[in-house]
Design a binder for this molecule. Structure first.
Ligand code: SF4
Length: 382
């Protein structure tokens, strides 16, 4: 192979899925679960070699600005094992990434974890707090309580981390909007740099689905709580840069921005998705089969779909309209060689006239109430 030059540089985000958790939350539909230590050890070795093999095989020079270790619960892995794993990943990369995130459960944030994160070059921690209300946490099946969450957050802050994100969950049956308002207040007091909101959704096959809780989900309550979050967080200085993500300006999640801008990314681990050169692929879900395949050098891709330019364009519109910055139709035309600007403006005319979408020449973005009707106008494109 010829030597690669800077002209061959290609920007790529890396996602690494750690599918282990110490217990299963009632609403969880992720590929995750409790596994014995020998599986965890084999998994970390297997995925490490898969990442290395992939990076070595690239026909271009990867410009890796972001790495995101998610799950599952990455922090549930023993700090020593995690440190060895992260160190190896760092050695595979051409340069240290600008943003290196790890997800953590408050219960796992102790001195050993903090030390591991500090020396391994991770500079962003996303903490799965979900709520500051112990009854909500118990109902969701989380293994931490509110006191632990606040303590863990403060420990990280005191250790010098300046890019901390928290997850909060709303739309929870049995709890009214007052508790949500309290959660928002406590979140603001903690002053995280970034807040991700999740509306509780219940998928088939989860314990919540089996228990019939789905019938108590209330769309009106979910919308009311979302709207309360938008106004409260904006007032507190947070920028809503994506439908469900808020940040102190400058602390937006670069890794996820790349997804929404339809950049290239590669995911490793069971169920991880990747988008590369207009092709989306997802890896197989079964953890043990995944390990076995990596150990035997067999590909772990389960399904894939190649998009033509027109579909890539539509994907970019759909993803980009999640962002507060919206989309620029001329830029999309240059990028994909597809001209649909006039067609889109005329398709969305009623929404533009109704201020659900704000149009400024070739820029389109959501108006204040546009987020609530996005499904209807985005589905017109497909
Ligand atoms: S911590 Fe996350 S991945 Fe693990 S069971 Fe709970 S929701 Fe699922």
């Amino acid at each position: 192979m010829n030597r690669l030059t800077d002209k061959d540089l290609k920007s790529l985000g890396i996602y690494i899925h750690i599918p282990f958790c110490k217990s299963k939350c009632g609403y969880c539909s992720f590929v995750s679960g409790k596994h014995p230590q020998n599986i965890i050890d084999r998994y970390l070795l297997a995925i490490k070699s898969e990442i290395n093999d992939f990076l070595i095989s690239l026909p271009f020079k990867p410009d890796i600005k972001t790495v995101y270790i998610g799950g599952g619960t990455p922090s549930s892995v023993k700090p020593d094992s995690l440190r060895n794993f992260v160190n190896s990943v760092m050695l595979f990369l051409p340069d240290p990434p600008l943003e290196f995130t790890i997800e953590a459960n408050p219960q796992d944030i102790n001195d050993a974890f903090i030390e591991m994160v500090k020396i391994s070059g991770i500079n962003r921690i996303s903490i799965g707090i979900q709520s500051f209300n112990d009854n909500v946490l118990k109902m969701l099946g989380r293994r931490h309580d509110s006191k632990t969450a606040v303590f863990a957050f403060n420990e990280l802050r005191n250790a010098g981390f300046s890019n901390l994100s928290i997850d909060l969950m709303h739309g929870i049956p049995g709890f009214n909007t007052d508790r949500w308002s309290d959660d928002l207040k406590q979140a603001i007091e903690l002053a995280p740099d970034h807040i991700s909101l999740y509306a509780l959704s219940i998928e088939k096959g989860t314990p919540f689905y089996e228990s019939g809780i789905s019938s108590h989900l209330d769309d009106d309550q979910t919308a009311e709580e979302y709207s309360l979050a938008v106004s409260t967080l904006k007032k507190a200085g947070y920028l809503r840069y994506e439908i469900s993500n808020f940040a102190i300006p400058g602390k937006e999640c670069r890794h996820n921005l790349n997804y929404w801008r339809l950049g290239d990314y590669i995911g490793f681990g069971p169920s991880a998705g990747s988008y590369l050169d207009g092709e989306y692929f997802e890896r197989i879900h079964d953890i043990e089969e995944y390990i076995a395949r990596c150990e035997s050098g067999i590909k772990t891709v389960g399904t894939s779909e190649k998009f033509d330019k027109n579909n890539q364009y539509v994907n970019a519109v759909i993803m980009g309209m999640r962002l507060e910055e919206g989309i620029n139709l001329s830029e999309l035309e240059n990028r994909f060689g597809i001209s649909r600007a006039d067609q889109i403006k005329s398709l969305w005319r009623d929404y533009i006239d109704g201020c659900y979408i704000i149009q400024d020449d070739d820029n389109l973005k959501f108006g204040e109430n546009g987020f609530y009707v996005s499904n209807s106008f985005l589905s017109m494109l497909v």
